[in-house]
Design a protein around this ligand. Structure first.
Ligand code: COA
Length: 147
């Protein structure tokens, strides 16, 4: 793998961020490039990204963590997450599919129950539950919190 750096995104990288999120199949809403950190190869190719997304005044979400498949397993998500966490106040929330829970536990996030979720996450959690019932999806959605 050629060298890469982690830095705030440029406006010109907005399209690459959107493409990466779509390819990863994760939440495609709220992708303003101004909030993003990107991992960028020397060639200028965006190979990973992540952001801290605000919901109203008080709620912050670690979101849009994605690394291109060919670059996974090399610590790029870890560097993105550590850099975002170093810049963010607490508490911090996130939503993820159950299989990614252990990844975020490494950074201190813990699963929270419905009653402890801010309203925004309660709404999504309920919607996901309804969609899950209709589509007979097996996996659960987790909401996690870092104090
Ligand atoms: C999840 C994803 C971002 C991980 O990216 P990555 O660059 O391969 O991750 P890293 O190599 O930095 O791994 C960081 C650590 O998490 C671990 N890890 C990675 N994916 C994991 C998973 N699904 N479950 C548990 N641990 C995981 C690694 O073993 C590594 O541990 P270590 O640093 O203690 O050795 C990547 O697989 C991806 O883009 N997936 C598709 C999109 C997605 O699901 N994003 C998450 C949305 S919530």
């Amino acid at each position: 793998m050629s060298r890469y750096e982690i830095r705030p995104a440029l406006e010109s990288e907005s399209g690459q961020i959107t493409d990466l999120i779509h390819e990863a199949g994760i939440n495609p809403t709220g992708l303003s490039w101004r909030r993003f950190l990107v991992a960028v190869e020397d060639s200028g190719r965006v190979i990973g990204c992540g952001q801290i997304k605000p919901h109203g005044k008080d709620i912050l979400e670690l979101a849009s963590i994605a690394v291109r498949p060919a670059y996974q397993g090399r610590g790029i998500a870890r560097k993105l997450i550590e850099t975002l966490l170093a810049q963010s106040p607490r508490p911090l929330y996130l939503m993820c599919m159950e299989h990614n829970g252990p990844l975020y536990e490494k950074f201190g996030f813990r699963k929270i129950k419905y009653g402890a979720m801010p309203k925004y996450f309660q709404r999504i959690w309920k919607l996901f539950g309804a969609a899950k019932a209709l589509r007979q999806v097996e996996e659960n959605l987790l909401v996690m919190k870092l104090e």
